[in-house]
Design a protein around this ligand. Sequence first.
Ligand code: SF4
Length: 501
Amino acid sequence: MRVHLINPSHLAFGVGVITPRWLYVLAAATPRNFGDPVITDETLEVLDPECIDRGDIVGIGIHTGNALRGYEVGRIARERGAWVVFGGIHATLYPEEPHTLGGAHAVVKGDGDVAWGAAVNDCAVGAPRTVYEGGKVDADSFVPARWDLIPQNKYMWASVQTVRGCPKHCSFCSVWRTDGQKPRQRGADAVIAEIVELRRLGFRFIALADDNFYTVTLTDIKMAGRRADPTQRQYLEGLRAERFELMEKLAKLPSDMIFFTQITMEAAEDPAFLAAMKAARIKGALVGVEAVTPEGLKDVYKDFNYAGETLVERLRAFKSAGVHVLGSFIFGLPSDRPHTFEATSAIASRAGVTFAQFVMLTPFPGTVDFAAWEKTMESDTTRIGGVPLTRHWLIPQALRPKVYTPHPVMEADEIRRRTQAVWDDFYSFRKIWERSNCVKSLKARLAFVLISKLYRQMYANTGIATDSARVNRSARWARMIAAPCRRLFAAPPMPDLQIPA
Ligand code: SF4
């Protein structure tokens, strides 16, 4: 009897950008008496069903985007006589769906760090429970990943988590509901131990795979300071101090290491935090800009962000502190107008963001937007491939609409076309070459071009294109350039590296 962990994907690129961390965390959470789990990441290669035998235990992690492929994999595993257990954000939100569509014997809701082991033990004696409540485990119980199981030469970036949860409440995001609004920060030593292990293996680029690295803002502390009771202020200051402690320790790691994280724009108002990020070599951050107008920010409950010229200044502050921004923008907001697309593109360029992604507003389960949209769709009888629109993740990929929410002034196809045009413009050779001046040597600039093109092929065309020929072409391109890109990120292993004193 073997344990399998499968990350489903309908597109395989041969090489992955960031390691799907959950595979290696659940490998560590698998009781040791079952041996090393067999790990399959379908973003690298498609699952070979022959490797699953009767009586094996198969864990499948799904988010809304890969749920449909996950259910296919679940049915395949069940037909082969395996015990099938689902987990992940989507299974947490819809625990009945893997049972009806994915051949599940069990679903783990919430964090798998502890509950996964119980599910494996129960499957082994033929008595799995229908649902395991994993809940939100304390940071002290986060399981460090089994990086000894990672395949060689397959990923560009490794991923380490330093915190789960986000105190914000953006309307399009489910993180604050599934991971909670109370940040659960891991101790700095546990994080550093994992990073050292990864550097020993030859990873020098590490994604800090957090919901929001900037867990406490200066405004939060100021507001707490107005209360008569100092408890909240002390708690927030404690969280902030832990962030600084972690960054001080990151700064002591080998000088060729580079980190990337996800952060809110408020960090740009905190020079001490930006300086600590720079010292820690956190050289890149995904910043959710979402909209460039005050109306757009209101649409997504993100009024802690800035618009217009102040937005440009805030984003530039990251760059001045040596932190490259991957700006994330949303199109299709009710307040968007045809000119919003060009205005967004212009601001992205003026603000000096190094990479950008432009996504179309999609109501994802677990979000405020989804709940409101689902209500408005109660009397809608539209079916695509027999599936109602409010279950869009179950519609076959090729038939899936690109825009779901009716827009007050633009047709769905207009939003899609204009979004595609913004990607085309931002990732044109001329603009990429201009942006590549953020690195010095010609070799580094060429590498920048290659990586920009890869990013675009992996994330733009595959998500926005309507015809399958274009999707396939993009995937082929991405496969071709992924392998040389990976080599740009590799470093010689440092097997003797010690944890800094
Ligand atoms: S979008 Fe970012 S800031 Fe907003 S709730 Fe989600 S994780 Fe937090």
